[in-house]
Ligand binder design. Structure first.
Ligand SMILES: NC(=O)c1ccc[n+]([C@@H]2O[C@H](COP(=O)([O-])OP(=O)(O)OC[C@H]3O[C@@H](n4cnc5c(N)ncnc54)[C@H](OP(=O)(O)O)[C@@H]3O)[C@@H](O)[C@H]2O)c1
Length: 257
C-alpha cells in the first residue's frame, strides 16, 4: 500500500524521485526499489525524514508500536502525518507520536490502479489546509471522502477496505461454477469478468433500483429465478450482511489494541 502511494505521487508529479523517501526495513526489497524505480530508499529511519513535509505510515498495525518509538525523534510539528493503518485510532496515533496534525485514512487495493476509494478523518487540531493537502494526496489513488466522525472508520474498513475481497470471492465461485458446467478456464474467466463489468456499468448508469435491476434479468419460472431461489434458501443475503458486520466487529477489536 505504501508503494501504491509512492507510485501515485510520482505519477501525478506531486513529488519527484529526489524528494521521495521510502523507508523499507527489508534490505533486499529496499535495494530492488532503488534499482528499478530510482526511489530514494532507506533501510532505517534517518534525518532525511525530518525534512519531509508529509509522512505516510503504511506498516501493518501490529508493527506500529515499535515503529512509533523509532519515528518520534525525527518528526516535526509542521509535518503532516497520514496513517493508512487499519484499526489505529487518532487518539492512539496522537498518544504514540505526540503529534497533532494527523490524518487517519482507509484506502482499498484498487488504489493500485487509481480506482480506489479512501475515507479519511483528521485529528481535531489539524487545520483545514492540512485536510485539503491530505485530500489532494489521497485522491491520486481514486476517490477520497472526508468524514468528521471517526467512529465510522471501522464500518468503512469492513465495507470498502475489505470489500474487494468479497467481490473476488463471488467472482471466484462464479468461475468455478462455469468450469463445472464444462467451460474452459479462458472462457469462464472472460464470461464472468465481462458480465460483472457490464452489470457494474448498467448499475452505475441506470436510474433503476437494485431490486428493479434484478427483476429486469429474471422472469417468472426462469433460469435466473432458479438461481436466486437457491441464494434465498441458503440465506446468502443475510450471510453477506453478517460477514460485513463481523468484519466491523473485528476492526473494533483491533482498534482496542
Ligand atoms: N491491503 C489492504 O487491502 C489494505 C487496505 C487498507 C489499509 N491497509 C493498511 O495498509 C497498511 C499496509 O498494508 P499492506 O497490505 O500494504 O501490508 P504489507 O504489504 O505487509 O506492507 C507493510 C510493509 O511495512 C514494512 N515494515 C514493517 N515494519 C517496518 C518498519 N519498522 N520500518 C519500515 N518498514 C516496515 C513491512 O516489511 P516486512 O514485510 O519485511 O515486515 C512491509 O513491507 C496496513 O496497516 C493495513 O492495515 C491495507
Amino acid at each position: 500500500m505504501g508503494l501504491t502511494y509512492a507510485r501515485s505521487f510520482l505519477h501525478y508529479k506531486l513529488v519527484d524521485t529526489e524528494h521521495l523517501l521510502i523507508v523499507e526495513k527489508n534490505i533486499d526489497r529496499a535495494h530492488s526499489l532503488q534499482y528499478n524505480d530510482k526511489y530514494v530508499t532507506a533501510t532505517e529511519l534517518n534525518g532525511k525524514l525530518t525534512e519531509a513535509d508529509v509522512v505516510i505510515l503504511a506498516v501493518k498495525p501490529q508493527d506500529f508500536t515499535v515503529l512509533s518509538q523509532q519515528l518520534k525523534p525525527f518528526l516535526r510539528t509542521e509535518q503532516l502525518i497520514i496513517s493508512i493503518m487499519a484499526g489505529i485510532s487518532l487518539a492512539r496515533l496522537d498518544e504514540l507520536l505526540a503529534h497533532h496534525s494527523i490524518i487517519r485514512a482507509m484506502p482499498n487495493t484498487p488504489a493500485q490502479i487509481g480506482m480506489g476509494v479512501t475515507v479519511f478523518t483528521a485529528s481535531e487540531k489539524a487545520d483545514l489546509n492540512l485536510v485539503k493537502k491530505a485530500d489532494k494526496l489521497l485522491s491520486t489513488t481514486g476517490t477520497a471522502i472526508f468524514i468528521e466522525d471517526e467512529k465510522l472508520m471501522d464500518a468503512v474498513t469492513a465495507v470498502s477496505g475489505s470489500g474487494p475481497a468479497y467481490f473476488y470471492y463471488f467472482v471466484k465461485h462464479m468461475i468455478e461454477a462455469a468450469l463445472k458446467l464444462g467451460m474452459d478456464e479462458a472462457m469462464a474467466h472472460l464470461l464472468v469478468k465481462q458480465t460483472m463489468l457490464g452489470a457494474y456499468h448498467v448499475m452505475n448508469s441506470s436510474e433503476k433500483s437494485l431490486d428493479e435491476l434484478i427483476a429486469s434479468v429474471k422472469s417468472k419460472g426462469g433460469t435466473t429465478e432458479a438461481a436466486l431461489n437457491v441464494f434465498s434458501a441458503n440465506a446468502l443475503g443475510e450471510t453477506v450482511e453478517s460477514a460485513i458486520i463481523a468484519a466491523e466487529n473485528r476492526a473494533k477489536e483491533l482498534s482496542k489494541g
